[in-house]
Design a protein around this ligand. Structure first.
Ligand code: XMP
Length: 321
């Protein structure tokens, strides 16, 4: 890879912010730029950095793809409003679900997200606004995994030889691409983002799609959204790097009120990791696991089985697709 990594021990967040703000403002000049905020650490950091460099010449959008966690779109828009950043909420649920219809292959689902996001939505926003640049929160690990062919991270374009200017009509600027997650968190803190954001467990760009094995439908997203909420509530105090629920495609025979119930399977993953490059399953207590199984089978309709993944990364990856 040609990109030079800035390791955490080499990072001076103040200097990094100053240099990147200068680079951004000289690259964009008098033009307009846009970016998408999802509320994750990376996109939040890019949003703050971009606004510091460009002020009102940067317009920020929250793309509601229908694939986020419960209540997330409105919560993030109002949190940024309190920080002085106006964010436009775009309802794009139909575009994403239409693109995903009928797809079961993981890489095809990721490609559908990329096309919905960069072609359908940002292609149009850029045409209408006259913006020439799109800011991205791509980090070093995203590029590394995509280039190595592990999985296509939704936000990797140029490193795969995709000329965004000729295909989508805008240039992509990636100010965080030399940093891994811990470095991004340091920069986020210095930019004045609240702890809720800079310490947020990572959440994948393709949203809950990364956690649904098989076809993504409105109903299946609703199931994984409910399971995610329970897993996050139960595991947020463990200090783990990331924790998530996965909806399996196969059903299994269960029993409810004495009758056969051919139902759904949810897999729980909880990771200890520094930067998502490698990871190991958190040694959760059996009491926690027991409570999780009980809550998920009681509160998520149709679920009769809950499992805990005990595999390391590698050979597992953190998300399921
Ligand atoms: P994997 O599943 O590859 O995940 O072990 C490594 C880290 O990256 C997150 N992830 C993504 N983030 N776009 C992103 O911005 C993506 O397409 C994507 N896929 C996975 C994942 O949650 C984990 O923290």
């Amino acid at each position: 890879m040609e990109i030079k990594e800035i390791r955490l021990e080499e990072l001076d967040p103040e200097r990094f912010i100053k240099e990147k703000a200068q680079e951004i403002s000289s690259a964009v000049g008098g033009n307009l730029a846009v970016n998408a905020l999802s509320g994750g650490v990376d996109s939040s950091t890019v949003t703050m950095l971009g606004h510091r460099a460009l002020g009102s010449r940067l317009k920020t959008y929250f793309i509601d793809n229908g694939l986020m966690r419960e209540g997330e779109p409105n919560h993030i828009v109002s949190l940024f409003k309190d920080l002085g950043v106006e964010v436009e909420l775009v309802d794009a649920k139909e575009i994403f679900f239409n693109r995903l219809k009928g797809l079961t292959d993981p890489e095809e689902k990721r490609e559908a997200i990329t096309q919905a996001f960069y072609k359908d939505i940002f292609g149009k926003i850029v045409r209408e606004s006259g913006a020439k640049y799109l800011f991205h929160g791509t980090n070093y690990t995203d590029v590394e995994e995509t280039v190595a062919g592990v999985k296509r991270q939704h936000n990797i374009l140029e490193q795969l030889g995709i000329d965004t200017e000729s295909i989508y009509g805008y240039k992509v600027i990636e100010p965080l691409v030399q940093l891994r997650k811990p470095g991004v968190r340091e920069v986020a803190k210095v930019l004045g983002l609240p702890e809720e954001i800079y310490n947020r467990p990572p959440f994948p760009g393709p949203g809950l799609v990364a956690r649904v094995i098989g076809e993504v439908t409105l109903e299946r997203i609703e199931i994984i959204r409910r399971a995610t909420k329970i897993v996050e509530e139960e595991l947020c105090h463990t200090g783990a790097f990331q924790y998530l629920a996965i909806l399996h495609e196969d059903k299994v025979t269960g029993i409810r009120e004495g009758k056969r119930d051919y139902g759904l399977q949810i897999e729980v993953r909880c990771w200890d990791s520094q930067d998502a490059v490698t990871g190991s399953p958190t040694r959760l207590s059996y009491d926690i696991l027991d409570r999780l199984a009980e809550k998920v089978t009681r509160e998520v309709p149709g679920v009769v089985s809950v499992t805990y993944n005990i595999t390391r990364k590698p050979p597992s990856t953190i998300e399921a697709i």
